[in-house]
Design a protein around this ligand. Sequence first.
Ligand SMILES: Nc1ncnc2c1ncn2[C@@H]1O[C@H](COP(=O)(O)OP(=O)(O)OP(=O)(O)O)[C@@H](O)[C@H]1O
Ligand SMILES: [Mg+2]
Length: 149
Amino acid sequence: MNRVELADEAATARLGAMLAPSFLAAGGGVLFLQGDLGAGKTTLARGFLRAAGVTGVMRSPTYTLMEPYQAAGQRLLHLDLYRLVDAGEVEFLGLRDESPDSVIWLVEWPERGHGHLPAADLSVNLLYHEGSRVAECRAHGARMTFDIK
Ligand SMILES: Nc1ncnc2c1ncn2[C@@H]1O[C@H](COP(=O)(O)OP(=O)(O)OP(=O)(O)O)[C@@H](O)[C@H]1O
Ligand SMILES: [Mg+2]
């Protein structure tokens, strides 16, 4: 586990940007973004997407639940499952062909889709710790390495 202090919004976005290269090198993978409402999950996802080469407007998946992107030949999905009533509703998002072998998944509120999502390669938990915002990053398995400075 790796703990990073996030002094401001830019630091949260920068952490997302730092995680992008290993997912791009792997050509896919699953990043779970956990933490309370307003913890910074979308900010981190946008930092990741920008670093991956996404340009232009990035819509929030708050209502659509899923926003797809294409950048430099890589498909990326940004999901926000907060509004799911039942985890089984994930099956209606049309994700069956979105293999994490070749697609990068950034998932906010993954716990709401529990049992219906691919396993995370990396999870980031955004939280308050002793008065400051921190991110706890955990790699699951060896596919994703991360080098956080
Ligand atoms: N490290 C930080 N320090 C201070 N403010 C931050 C930090 N990171 C993000 N923010 C701000 O916190 C607010 C909420 O961020 P964001 O929308 O990314 O949270 P979220 O976790 O996606 O929330 P939700 O659960 O509602 O989707 C934004 O105004 C963002 O700019
Ligand atoms: Mg969000």
